[in-house]
Design a protein. Structure first.
Lengths: 493, 493, 493, 493
């Protein structure tokens, strides 16, 4: 599908910035501290989304909802606010930070009163046929309040002809396409679901008699919960009365988790298939070092995401690891660039070279990936300005040539450096002495496989290969690219 | 219907506090200052609702919306915020101030994306079958975002099977019951509508080439617009390209405007059927004076609503009019009552006796109406404390015995003083030397009629008579009195 | 002094907008509800200042302070915030609303730690030698935090060489000049003081065992306190342990209260020398009617301040009183004037003609005073637009030709209409058919005197006569007109 | 002095929490981007204080001030707000985050109008005789607005009898004692000063024609300025018209910078005496490794402050460095601990063990210092819970037994673990298998000296030795420990 698809995809992706998000979800059933546990879980998942966060609880009679812009730690820490979120069942959501004016309506979990009850949904991922489904429903009289594909799920549930709520949800899951992980409250049940390929992650945990759903295991650690297992691809779990039941409504498919959960998204201490993300990333560095063809003086990571790979690289190559770039953790909103005399300001707000580690040295600079190349260019310039003799860039993953449609906010193909330049041109663009990416083979080896299974790849690695496990229907047809709403909000409500 | 109805109505009214509101609406078509004119119009209609206000405009392509808690004069006065509300068509809404936590979602105008366009609606009134209609639609999969009956109208339009938007709206009007005045933007048209009896008010004005819709004529005065005419009962006006077209989809009915628009709601300078509300109210005082059987020294109004009637009363009776109660206009939120030593605090925050006008005098105290009697009781006590010799209470309207269901926030019948006590008991309760109400005949005479037409009353005067022009279906059946939403919001969003 | 002074005063007054304020003060000693009583008292005095308000209490060990922008009723009504203001002694202050950016530092009461204790001061009035005193102290090393003359008082107390706090305060009073009323907490005492002429008002009240100080008696009424007496001119009262002691440190002077407290400032129900302000104002109308030389159809007040005089005028002249102008009480911040089609917007936001009372009628329009004439001009234009046949303006006080320097925010002499035009020109300017002011003799008669005592006028009536009881030293010498601070605040803190 | 002193110091330190702060200061003279450069410099110094920040500029005529709670990046990034801060001279200040209610008055820089001009001061450090000086001035009539010792400096300048402003400042410096670095604007000059021992840091930089003052060199890097030199101990620099003049008013003293600037406070990339703080800290780890007597499997730092020492330790000992603790950078306000089932919550909000690096391993845990021991205890418990076989704690500095009085917020001696327990007891308390501190000799060697010079120590190392270079007068006498203010603020203004 790859080549033919990409011609059509040009330009289109930026039209729907709000539909593309990487988020974190959480759920708990059976604890009287449900809201507090959810707040803590969301705090541990904060790296998956910083724009907004929300918690919905159910107390057996009523639902309670609180949704806020900003961080969990700034919104859900007061006893007073958590006490309002009554009940033993709770779900929560962290929303990815996108630029531009946002409205509180788009913060999840979503809620809807249905005939005979209500439903609340938190969703991580992106549907690839949300617009087609939305258009059909609007024609039939449905009123949408948001521009989010999560509302498409809610509306499908509301309109399902099935009688039981679980059947309505499964009826809905069979209609939607893309990558998704869901945490749902309905009729006193906590329900989790993962898309047929398991593109987006979801794990099950246990804390005394309570069951937990979370995007990553680090959210279990913070509350002292035990990691039980991953939710399987295509699995729907229904948690009620301290019991977990499974349903598998989809035809059996190969599991293909998003490879970038391993490379970058997940927190280093989270466990993915029995190993920590940290181990996989050190392995990526190890395999990168194996392909080394130069003799640098020092290994310097781009902090913080490049650190594990750089440690693996240093241990394999015996070249000393140094913090050659110091990170300022207090980064607020964007500064105005005052005059031309202050160059490279953007990256200087976050990073500053550590002279003692780089002056007069041959530096091998390690990063987890290379997307647009703009930050790398500024960092390499800065290292030279502070006296580095040579800067060799090494990337602990293959070159990204294709955008994502399953919930990750990637630039359009036109903005992806590797989609538009060859290796030499890229090296020239970023100003490095040399540039190398980890090979696709090296990637699979680092992740524990002999090699990539061409017929049934073990991951969805479309970023590098253009092989998409699910056709992105909404993005194939220009007819879909019409306006989502006629409303242009004057303010955020 | 009256007696049989009232048995059932007991207790029920307080269950739906949010469905009962008295509001102000406005609309303008054909002015590049549409948003500013709407802000000014809403400012003039501020007495009809102080909780929140909103404006929606349409610029030919997009809708722009701004909805806020609080007063128009605190929210829509900055050039910057008005400039965001682009377009030559605008509608606006003032929401009545009710107690308790409210959400911004319930502030109007409401907006919805429909198939092939969008619609925005501002509504003054109350539907008496909103719950029945809502329940039917939720069964069919509709998702409601608010507890307001205005959303019922929006959802009915969205689901109408008609093709043209005006037909969809009329299709909707034929299904809803109660008292309503609507100001709508759809497909570039400004549409106004009034219920079949004309219970709630709506007038048409003109400013150069622009047409205006407003709840009262005082909103035309503030922008210098000319008063054209009232929208008729049951009329739908469609304003587009500087032309006004009328449709009358309902079977012809007797006009029966709410008599309390004449007695209390409308601003004194607003024109109702060729006279100002001020004139009608002076007349009410005149007729009240004709029924006078005592010789007081001074006529004192309860400010500000009792002033016109007191002036009429004074001019007819030749007894001097004095401001015996001074009003503090700076009333903020509720004060805490500190100790028992500070009595009657509630009314003291607003009113204080003016000793020179009441000390050692026989006072006739004039108010427009008597509802619960609590304020009157405190005022009369205060007048005695400051030296009044006698206080005779005279009410410039008949005794209120029945609640309203058409958009006016009245207490339940149990709380209405006149529904539970006879004249002597009431006089005793409020602590007056004597108490009299204007007779029903006096009311109709003051309003310009020889007498009340028993078969086709010229107003809806159900407050006094219990004769309801529209059966309040939602309130007749306990089955309807179920929870409107399972969501109990933890905060206001 | 008058003529020679006025040449120098030109232009100068606008340089010190912040030094000119009309405020309200309050104090209570001996009640465990001290803070709440103060909040209520300030609420009753809200008409004297709306920009900000503050309360300081003393609990025997510590002082507690809360100062806010905005109304008392919006800031001091929550139990939680009042409970923080502990102690049985409290003082409070309402600050007059001036335009432009203000800082919270200028909100009173002021507070200072002194050697061996502390002091807190609330001040109504204006010192006429504050700058001279300030300059001397800055030369000696004093640091001023505000631009308020109240801080001059505080700094003088801090620097006094006397030992006892009361002596330090009296030492200070002997140095300051102008019009002032003070409410002070120091060493557990509540102290009140009034300037030697008694220009600014201050009264004493009693509530059970507690003593109260307030600018007006209406602040006693709201808390149910008894009015004891006025504080005399030049008197210092020291309230401690339920006792009131008096000291009179100044040479004996004729009392000369500000005549505008009678004409306009005080609330109508407040008592000034045994009568209510309402009575005096009706009398002003009565005497105005005696000078009537035309036959109008109707008496119309400019609401609300013209109402009492109009009632007196109507009762004396037998011409009917009508509310010919309806006031909108919901006035927020300033609206933007959209286009030329909307004229006279400023006054329309507040007032609208009531057609039934003025159409085709000869109107006599009554106002309490005429300052710049801009509002009158707009009102008269509006009355003509709505059909008034003739508008005759009558002012219930003499023509204002001179500015104030004792705490009232008057325009410069150049902006005073009567200082620059003769009667005919003024009538022409405001567009009236005729214009008359109450005579100076009429004023004194209405206020209860046979005539004005030329040698020892019973009031300070400098507005009309230019006779200033205290030389405004700061305003005589251009050298004083230098910058008060080199700090130009970027924000309000 | 040490032993005798410490008996008296017991309990006292917590009485003045506000006087103890570690802050960052900045200044620039000669750039039209002065405010923006200051904002960027403060951003780079954000690690020195997060409670509040302020900038004051001078445009040749007026001063402009903006002071805010919170981070620089949240307050000084908008063009609009920076443009209000006009002028080519600016100073700025970051305030240390302390717990409890704070008032905006305590945010620096401070400003005062003096006779003939004005002054603005930013101060990092703590005066040890501020209370004595304050008490003297209050006795003389000075009014203090804050509880900060910086105001003591301002008041001394205001009251100096000298004529020239620079002489007034030097007159003041000769009276104050303690550790201080100052950045001052006065009469168009930018003035920097450092205490006689150079306890607190201050450096000079240059950007084109502009001169810069900053607490650390990292604030020069962010704006692209060149590091010129450190301000010497006891030096006063006066920068005006692009020239730097020096004055040295103090008797010559040995420089003794605070050793904790090297160990912990300064950002790793900042240069202290020709080396980066990062190099010194790696050296501390190297020397710590030389004293190693066990054979661990893995070196784990407490992030982020322990990382450089751990890297030095690993490189010296050849034991692999691993990120055994993963830090969550999104830490907001304090969470409520919900129930006993969630233990060690405090540290879990920030850190989580990385199982792959610690499970079944002998861990040597490296931290820069050990203060109370509470965090170490929780971390070690957590490492054990996640499977660590042994945890050996190694501290890259000697044991802290004495509090600081020169601007660093240390606990009282009673709370310092090493002041109350011997090594064995401490090891037991934190739950480690073994515990060692770097020796005092090792410290001096790591910092580049053969050994500590007992007679003239090269640093102030009172934390470890109790040898204080300046007697903390305010803290010696219980008489000084009286209340700083009688005002207990009800809110933050």
């Amino acid at each position: 599908m790859k080549n033919s698809l990409l011609g059509k995809l040009k330009f289109t992706h930026t039209h729907f910035p709000r539909l593309n998000e990487e988020c974190g979800i959480f759920g708990v059933s059976g604890s009287k501290d449900a809201a507090t546990l959810t707040a803590l879980g969301l705090h541990a998942l904060q790296h998956r989304g910083q724009e907004g966060c929300g918690i919905v609880t159910y107390d057996g009679k009523s639902y309670h909802s609180e949704r806020k812009f900003g961080l969990v730690g700034d919104n859900f820490t007061k006893k007073q606010s958590l006490e309002k979120l009554k009940g033993k069942i709770a779900i929560g959501h962290n929303r990815y930070s996108t630029t531009g004016g946002e409205t509180i309506r788009n913060i999840q979990p979503f809620y809807a009163d249905l005939h005979g009850g209500a439903i609340s949904i938190a969703h991580n991922g992106n549907l690839t046929n949300a617009l087609l489904l939305r258009e059909r429903m609007v024609r039939e009289g449905a009123i949408f309040q948001t521009t989010s594909d999560t509302e498409t799920i809610v509306q499908l549930v509301a309109r399902s002809k099935k009688t039981e709520i679980v059947d309505k949800i499964i009826d809905t899951l069979l209609q939607i396409q893309g990558g998704f992980a869901l945490s749902i409250i309905a009729n006193g049940m906590l329900i989790g679901a993962r898309d047929p390929h398991g593109i987006r992650p979801l794990v099950l945990g246990k804390l005394k008699n309570a069951f937990i759903l979370a995007s990553e295991t680090c959210a279990l650690d913070i509350i002292g919960a035990k990691f039980v297992r991953e939710i399987e691809n295509g699995e729907v779990v229904i948690i009620t009365d301290g019991k977990v039941k499974s349903r598998r409504p989809f035809p059996k498919k190969q599991q293909r988790p998003c490879v970038f959960e391993y490379i970058y998204f997940s927190r280093p201490d989270s466990i993915l298939k029995n190993k920590t993300a940290y181990e996989y990333r050190k392995n990526l560095g190890t395999h990168l070092a194996k392909e080394l063809d130069i003799k640098p003086d020092v290994v310097v990571p781009v902090p913080d995401s490049g650190v594990p790979a750089a440690l693996g690289f240093s241990q394999e190559s015996k070249i000393p690891f140094e913090l050659g770039l110091i990170r300022n953790h207090y980064v607020g909103r964007t500064f105005i660039e005052p005059t031309q005399q202050i160059r490279s300001l953007g990256v200087k707000l976050k990073l500053n070279p550590n002279q003692s580690s780089i002056k007069n040295k041959k530096v091998v600079l390690i990063d987890d990936s290379l997307v647009r190349g703009t930050t790398s260019t500024k960092i390499i310039k800065m290292l030279h300005d502070f006296g580095a003799k040579e800067v060799h860039m090494r990337i602990a993953s293959p070159a990204i040539k294709y955008p994502d449609f399953y919930g990750v906010d990637t630039p359009t193909q036109e903005e992806l450096l590797a989609a538009n330049k060859n290796l030499e041109e890229m090296c020239d663009y970023i100003g490095a002495k040399s540039l190398k990416f980890l090979s696709l083979d090296g990637l699979y080896k680092a992740l524990g496989f002999d090699k990539r299974d061409k017929d049934n790849p073990q991951f969805t690695d479309h970023y590098f290969t253009g092989e998409y496990p699910v056709r992105p229907l909404d993005y194939l047809n220009d007819e879909n690219l019409k306006k989502l709403s006629f409303l242009s909000l004057a303010s955020n409500n």
